[in-house]
Design a protein around this ligand. Structure first.
Ligand code: SF4
Ligand code: SF4
Length: 258
């Protein structure tokens, strides 16, 4: 039952948080077969992370393949893959050491302060990411043409232990953090708890009792662009033979190139 999956992942999370960070291994599993393409995950992500207009840490690719009568249409959600061999970190840290950090639990985060001092590091990270997972915060507000900016755009939010407002992130490159601020507070990532189709799973792959470990043992999973050697921490279920399509269709290009 869907509700039980969330409850179980919450229990998995609590068990994981009781361990040292280096003993955890956060992974995300996305079951494409269950994704209904409603974008609720992306909307909750934008709200959680106070993203500016035109950006989202999370995209739901609307992919098409073949023509009638063999037409194939599916949805493929994607965000930062939290690669274990992250090209963004290699590129950015070459310019400014510490611009991109890899946490012991697997999460890849950007250091906004270092990147603000070294814009070339930010540009290098964005250019290096093969998943188009990095967005630019060019400023602006959804409600800037109205009599006042709405509080949901000016509110304080948290990323990687930092207390921020949109004033701090203007000009920064940004991306999914697996909602590390929520994990720290004992909550699952926003997209996981919002998913209408119950297509999203999250947890500690080092815990054999966790739901994600069980899924990884039982299901045939694949990783996006795995041939690049990036070692993504996001695993997909379903449509394994079509996994390059979402990065190749015109619809997908529009999603990435805002
Ligand atoms: S998906 Fe892109 S931004 Fe995320 S860790 Fe991998 S290279 Fe870096
Ligand atoms: S909320 Fe779930 S079902 Fe809806 S688009 Fe996102 S991943 Fe797919």
């Amino acid at each position: 039952m869907a509700t039980n999956e969330i409850v179980r992942m919450q229990e998995d999370l609590e068990r994981a948080l009781a361990k040292a960070a280096g003993s955890r291994s956060w992974v995300m599993v996305i079951d494409i077969r269950k994704c209904v393409g409603d974008h609720a995950c992306a909307v909750s992500c934008m709200a959680e992370n106070v993203c500016p207009p035109g950006t989202s840490y999370r995209k739901v690719f609307d992919a098409e393949n073949n023509e009638y009568p063999n037409a194939d249409h599916f949805f493929m959600p994607a965000n930062c893959q939290h690669c274990d061999n992250p090209p963004c970190a290699r590129a950015a840290n070459k310019v400014a050491r510490g611009a991109v950090e890899k946490h012991p639990d697997g999460i890849v985060v950007f250091d906004y302060k270092t990147m603000a001092r070294h814009p070339k590091a930010a540009a290098a990270a964005k250019k290096a990411c093969p998943y188009y997972a990095i967005v630019e915060d060019k400023g602006g507000y959804y409600t800037e043409a109205t009599p006042r900016l709405e509080p949901y755009e000016t509110r304080v939010f948290f990323e990687n232990g930092e207390k921020l407002t949109r004033k701090n992130t203007r000009g920064a490159v940004r991306k999914c953090t697996f909602c590390v601020h929520r994990l720290d507070a004992g909550m699952l990532p926003a997209c996981v708890t919002t998913c209408i189709g119950r297509a999203m799973y999250f947890g500690d792959a080092n815990d054999p009792r966790s739901l994600v470990s069980e899924i990884l043992r039982q299901e045939k999973t694949w990783q996006m662009k795995s041939s690049l050697g990036t070692k993504p921490r996001v695993f997909y279920i379903g449509y394994a033979n079509r996994f390059e399509i979402a990065a190749a269709t015109a619809a997908a290009c529009v999603e990435c190139h805002e």
